[in-house]
Design a protein around this ligand. Structure first.
Ligand code: PEP
Ligand code: MN
Length: 338
């Protein structure tokens, strides 16, 4: 249930609503907007509680039930777009944010070369996996702790913010010491223990869409992060499984306007994992921006032929530089910049 306060409602009036909810054993989340405050009343039995219990309280403008399974990620709870700040880089504002780098961290030299190249072309955040959740247990699993340390070193050396994936709930603290932004991979979108732990950490997080999950399931997973008080959630569309096999996954381009319509959260697109082939990445990246994405997550490797993971879908530094140039006028035509 959401309780919308009147414009100019006092703190005491907001507290009155919160206390009423608590007296009924319900949880609350506040959205203190510039204009008005909205209180989300959460709990498994809100369906049995009359909205009138809140409608009569002083300072309340209106009450309504959110009929969707996701509440905190919904536009009903928060009308204005959320902007997530990562080290002063705003994601969800007018500037398109590009995160780029190798699929996996392989060596210091590889990461320095990738970081230097992507930064020079205008990427603001370096990507690189230290923990790689692989479909096969026999595939390279990442450099793990050593990879995290390399990430920290290169971040300092090159002067760039970093995003990396966290796979296990007990690693959230350690990964957060090295990463400005955490990534939850597609295979972990519904790992609720992991989401709950990251929710408590408050560290900005990119939540990738599970490749067999609906947009509703994706936004409901985001609620796990938001419900624990982490409002720094960025969604990432990376393609879903369909009958089509000419690409690795099918990029669900329509999920971007759908997310924008039903949620206030920023959404970026990973064209690399959707495409599975470097030749397709630039077109898919441009389509994503045209559809309203707030940024991109792109795999770039200094030498894709030698990559231990995902070389075929990785751009070379020069391909990436060209794509970034091509994105500029596109962004401007949409009233944005890069
Ligand atoms: C990745 O970004 O390296 C990755 C493993 O992506 P996904 O979780 O989308 O498969
Ligand atoms: Mn990859």
């Amino acid at each position: 249930m959401i309780v919308e306060m009147k414009r100019g409602a006092t703190q005491q009036e907001v507290d009155g609503v919160v206390e009423r909810a608590k007296s009924l054993d319900l949880e609350v989340q506040l959205n203190i907007g510039t204009d008005k405050t909205v209180v989300a009343i959460l709990g498994s039995n809100t369906g049995q509680i009359s909205t009138d219990l809140f409608a009569v309280l002083p300072g309340v403008e209106s009450t309504a039930r959110i009929m969707k399974p996701y509440k905190l990620a919904s536009r009903e709870f928060k009308l204005e777009n959320s902007v997530v700040s990562v080290n002063g880089i705003d994601i969800g504002g007018p500037r398109l944010i590009v995160m780029a780098g190798p699929c996996a961290i392989e060596s210091q030299q590889q990461l320095v070369d990738a970081a230097t190249a992507v930064k020079q072309s205008g990427a603001l955040i370096l990507r690189g996996g230290a923990f790689k959740p692989r479909t096969s247990p026999f595939s390279f699993q990442g450099l793990e702790k050593v990879g995290l340390e390399l990430l920290s070193k290169v971040k300092e050396q090159v002067g760039i913010s970093v995003v990396t994936e966290v796979v296990e709930p007990h690693d959230v603290g350690t990964v957060s010491q090295h990463a400005d932004l955490l990534q939850v991979g597609a295979r972990n979108m519904q790992n609720f223990a992991l989401l709950t732990r990251i929710g408590k950490s408050k560290r900005p997080v990119v939540l990738k869409r599970g490749f067999s999950c609906t947009v509703t399931e994706w936004l409901t997973a985001a609620d796990y992060l938001l419900a624990r008080g982490n409002s720094n959630v960025i969604l990432c569309e990376r393609g879903i499984r369909t009958f089509e096999d000419s690409t690795r996954f099918s990029l669900d381009i329509s999920s971007i306007p759908v997310v924008k319509r039903f949620s206030h959260l920023p959404v970026i697109v990973d064209p690399s994992h959707a495409a599975g082939h470097y030749a397709l990445v630039p077109s898919i990246a441009k389509a994503a921006i045209a559809a309203g994405a707030d940024g991109l997550l792109i795999e770039v490797h200094p030498n894709p032929k030698e990559a231990l993971v995902d070389g075929l879908q990785s751009l070379t530094p020069s391909d990436f530089a060209r794509l970034m140039k091509e994105l500029k006028p596109l962004a401007e035509s949409l009233g944005r910049f890069i």
